[in-house]
Design a protein around this ligand. Structure first.
Ligand code: SF4
Ligand code: SF4
Length: 316
């Protein structure tokens, strides 16, 4: 089931943001209208077996009808995950009101040493309200000394004992800050160190999409396995639906293909349409080994981030 982009704007301006091509200020600020939202929900209800939905942005808590949208989905038995930075004026109030409801939160956290006082107050009070409903996610950066602040934050706020680790991925236009190939190995080493430290606190790691399996050595994959932080990442996205109802594969590929959700009778068909369109480009692979690699499958590595592959293949 898709990610609904309730807004295309955000209170943060992170240099690594891979939404940069499809969000304000590059394009006009938009909130999903109530009519578009209800039409998408009615369309999704045609496949009730897929009832998990992600609410994202931009920053979804900036949408003026955010609470109403959550209640609308809960009344129709959707399993909701909200992707938020929790640093908005509204986030603490929503966190307190929704903390007892079956809503999971994935919270994108920049390192606490980058927060100003106002951000600190908002993020900490919202996390303390959400407790184990909140899972933190962040990009491991090549120049950060260590990421143990994440472990301390989980302990201090009694959050879900899991960290979702991301590697900074590019948009296909290369407009954001992203990792080059040499930095992947530096980051892989830091991830392994974090997994070892996290294990001591009974915290495991999960991974965002697009991290190529072969950037880890076999020894490193073994350590991740031993720490319970079993590595798993693939380029096989839940589709995103923009505030206008346009469906995209993911934000990094947003400038390549978009089609209105209403042109397809149900979600599985539009997903199939995207996978069929992208399949020929997957063959390019991240490395010359990809075509013969047994991880070149949608449920496995799938060659790493396709946006990065296309960015590197300038003649495509
Ligand atoms: S191209 Fe694949 S890996 Fe990259 S962001 Fe999109 S879904 Fe994730
Ligand atoms: S599919 Fe390609 S990028 Fe992924 S592990 Fe195999 S060789 Fe590496």
């Amino acid at each position: 089931m898709p990610n609904l982009m309730l807004t295309n704007w955000c209170n943060y301006k992170c240099p690594y943001c891979f939404g940069i091509d499809f969000m304000a200020p590059k394009i006009a600020k938009k909130n999903m209208s109530q009519e578009t939202f209800c039409n998408i929900v009615a369309w999704l209800l045609k496949t009730p077996e897929y009832n998990a939905i992600h609410l994202m942005g931009g920053e979804p808590t900036l949408h003026p009808n955010f609470e109403w949208m959550v209640e609308y989905l809960l009344a129709r038995d959707f399993r909701i995950t909200v992707f938020s930075n929790l640093a908005t004026n509204q986030a603490q109030g929503y966190a307190e009101k929704l903390a007892d409801l079956p809503v999971a939160w994935v919270v994108n956290i920049n390192p606490p040493n980058t927060w100003n006082n106002a951000q600190k107050e908002k993020i900490m009070s919202a996390l303390q309200a959400l407790k184990q409903r909140a899972t933190i996610t962040f990009n491991v950066m090549p120049d950060d000394d260590d990421n143990n602040w994440a472990i301390e934050l989980i302990n201090e706020c009694n959050l879900n004992r899991c960290i979702k680790v991301g590697f900074v991925l590019p948009t296909v236009t290369g407009a954001n800050y992203y990792l080059n190939d040499e930095q992947y190995e530096v980051v892989a080493e830091k991830v392994v160190r974090l997994a070892l430290d996290a294990e001591k606190e009974n915290i495991r790691l999960e991974y965002e999409c697009g991290v190529p399996t072969c950037i880890f050595s076999e020894e490193q994959l073994g350590i991740l396995w031993d720490t319970g932080s079993v590595f798993n990442s693939a380029c096989c996205s839940r589709l995103d639906i923009t505030p206008d109802g346009e469906c995209i594969y993911c934000l990094p590929l947003a400038t390549k293909n978009a089609v209105h959700f209403s042109e397809f009778s149900a979600y599985p068909e539009i997903k199939h349409w995207f996978e069929t369109k992208l399949r020929p480009y997957r063959r390019l692979g991240r490395t010359e080994n990809c075509p013969n690699c047994n991880l070149m499958r949608p449920d496995s590595c799938n060659g790493g981030c396709l946006a990065k592959i296309l960015l590197n293949a300038k003649n495509v």
